[in-house]
Ligand binder design. Structure first.
Ligand code: ADP
Length: 396
């Protein structure tokens, strides 16, 4: 009897032990439920947080150790050096840009924070977005360790190519504008000096001639100032002050032709107009300016031979309007064609025998006015055969 009781107790103890082991195993594999939102363990590691922060930075970032070897990079840097793993590589084996290496080596030597601006050549991997031109960078070099036990130099790079170019364009504009204004002004002041000298006024024929030349140059100054005002309005930072309204291009063309009639007649130019009556939305003032500049150019550049100018408009599909101004005159040499929309650009040889030159601003006004209407303009030229300016704009 006693043996039977011991046996039963033993069996009970075994069952209890078995159940306890089963419960323990279940407890281990069951998920822990807490109030906190679950997050993957790697997200919480400091390295991962740093990596996420650095990837959020739009410019390239490099971290190097005291031997000049890469420790970490961000996404923007990896996008520049796509096929190469930089980790553990030396800066000299990756960067081929001498000014960049020089600045880094200086910082590694002094171990002092340093900010600098460098220009990198067009063929550098850093110049990808500069479209075949040199790129400009602002670089911060900071000896800050992201890990406590290592000496690190952090290199943060920001591209400033666009703002450098904008500044360059502004400086060129001021220099060119001053130069363009100085020429007629010095001619006028020269003639004024002659006229005020002794008996110059006693020769009425000569005085009249001088006064006429002065008037031409005053008109030129006026035109330059007017063109500069239009350009600066078109480029104003508060956006284009376009006065968009429904208008028909036909009457606009007729206005321009009327204004240029004396020139057309005196040059015996032929004009063909083929414009369908399509209602457009746009700023009539700027459309008149666009048409005037293009037709006047075709006349002005072909003053000595009768030129045939065509103004042709047509709908492309249902939502775009194409306007072409063509002439069969002197044309534009292919080497000059890429530059004609630049401010103050003039084809040199067109003006060797010139009386009063154009401002060189006409086509840049045209381009900006077309772009302000969400359109684009292209030019092609076979000198002596056909020179054509094609504008495409949305109808609405
Ligand atoms: P400009 O005031 O000198 O006419 P534009 O910006 O209007 O300045 O034109 C730039 C240059 O492009 C002109 O100086 C001229 O050499 C050339 N050009 C423009 N239109 C024509 C054309 N229809 N035929 C020949 N050359 C042209």
């Amino acid at each position: 009897m006693k043996d039977a009781v011991i046996l039963i107790l033993l069996i009970l103890a075994l069952i209890l032990l078995f159940e306890w082991l089963k419960l323990k195993r279940l407890h281990k594999s069951a998920p822990v439920v807490t109030d906190e939102a679950p997050s993957p363990p790697q997200e919480r590691s400091p390295d991962r947080v740093i990596e996420r922060l650095l990837n959020a930075f739009p410019g390239p970032f490099f971290s190097i150790n005291a031997e000049g070897k890469f420790i970490r990079t961000n996404l923007a840097a990896q996008n520049i050096f796509t096929e190469r793993n930089l980790q553990g590589r030396s800066i000299q084996s990756i960067f081929l840009e001498a000014p960049l290496i020089e600045k880094i080596q200086e910082a590694l030597k002094s171990w002092e924070p340093n900010s600098t601006v460098i220009q990198l050549p067009a063929n550098s991997p850093f110049s990808q977005s500069a479209l075949g031109k040199d790129s400009h960078w602002e670089i911060d070099l900071s000896p800050i360790s992201l890990r406590s036990n290592t000496q690190e130099l952090q290199i943060i790079m920001r591209e400033i190519t666009t703002s450098i170019h904008t500044e360059q364009v502004r400086q060129d504009f001021v220099a060119n504008a001053s130069h363009e204004l100085r020429t007629p002004l010095s001619i006028i002041s020269g003639y004024l000096e002659n006229l005020t000298e002794d008996d110059a006024l006693e020769d009425p024929e000569m005085s009249k001639k001088m006064l006429h030349t002065m008037v031409r140059h005053v008109n030129r100054i006026n035109r330059i100032v007017e063109d500069m005002l239009v350009i600066s309005k078109l480029e104003s930072e508060d956006g284009m002050p376009l006065n968009i309204e429904d208008f028909a291009i036909g009457p606009c063309v007729r206005d321009v032709v009327e204004r240029l009639e004396p020139l057309i007649n005196s040059q015996q130019a032929k004009l063909t107009i083929d414009i369908p009556e399509i209602p457009l939305a746009g700023d009539r003032f700027y459309w008149t300016q666009i048409l005037f500049n293009l037709v006047e150019n075709a006349l002005k550049q072909n003053a000595s031979t009768p030129v045939h100018i065509q103004i042709i408009g047509k709908l492309i599909g249902s939502d775009r309007f194409e306007l072409q101004i063509k002439d069969d005159g002197i044309g534009i040499p292919s080497a000059d064609l890429p530059f004609i929309f630049k401010r103050f650009f003039r084809v040199e040889k067109h003006h060797s025998q010139s009386q009063v030159k154009g401002t060189g601003l006409g086509l840049s006004i045209v381009k900006r006015a077309v772009e302000a209407h969400q359109g684009n303009i292209t030019a092609s030229s076979t000198p002596g055969v056909e020179t054509s300016f094609t504008i495409i704009v949305p109808v609405r």
